[in-house]
Design a protein around this ligand. Structure first.
Ligand code: INI
Length: 154
């Protein structure tokens, strides 16, 4: 049996991160967590490109442009969508999830969905560096793993 699975070895790999400014007090924590994870796994800070966009709705546009550059081993989307704050929260989060999958398939680069959809500020806080950990860190770990899977499948 031959099994292909990704390691968490990240030296020499390049990553793109698209992070939204909306709910900045939380998204900046997700970004910190993601960058910390990448660097602790051996990624050179020069090999991390961060693109800031307005809100989660704008994330897919930047993901597509970044993927088209073909310079990164994986790309991470980071954002926080709070249900209570908008009637179209579900549409925004679903739109990002769909874009991550589609861009991954069309452009051949793993795209990790680190956009969190939450009910309220408390849940946002819990998932961006307190009780429930930091989803930015989790997204970065998934990006490293998938970058290594992608290398083996190329
Ligand atoms: N953008 C977010 O990233 N999170 C939210 O919770 C949010 N709410 O609640 O409205 C939000 N809205 C802005 C949206 O992403 C776009 O930036 C805006 O509609 C302009 O296109």
């Amino acid at each position: 049996m031959k099994t292909i699975s990704g390691t968490l070895e990240a030296k020499g790999l390049k990553f793109g991160i698209v992070v939204s400014r909306f709910n900045d007090m939380f998204t900046k924590k997700l970004l910190e967590g993601a960058v910390d994870c990448l660097e602790r796994h051996g990624v050179d800070s020069q090999h991390i490109t961060v693109v800031r966009v307005t809100g989660a709705f704008e994330i897919p546009f930047a993901l597509k442009r970044l993927a088209a550059l073909k310079k990164h081993d994986a790309i991470i989307a980071l954002g926080v969508v709070i249900q209570g704050a908008t009637g179209h929260a579900d549409i925004i989060t679903q739109n990002v999830a769909r874009a991550c999958a589609q861009i991954g398939m069309s452009d051949g680069v793993p795209v990790i969905d680190g956009v969190i959809g939450v009910q309220n500020l408390e849940q946002a806080m819990e998932r961006s560096g307190s009780k429930q950990g930091n989803r930015g860190w989790n997204a970065a770990e998934a990006a490293i793993e998938m970058a290594n899977v992608a290398r083996q499948l190329s």
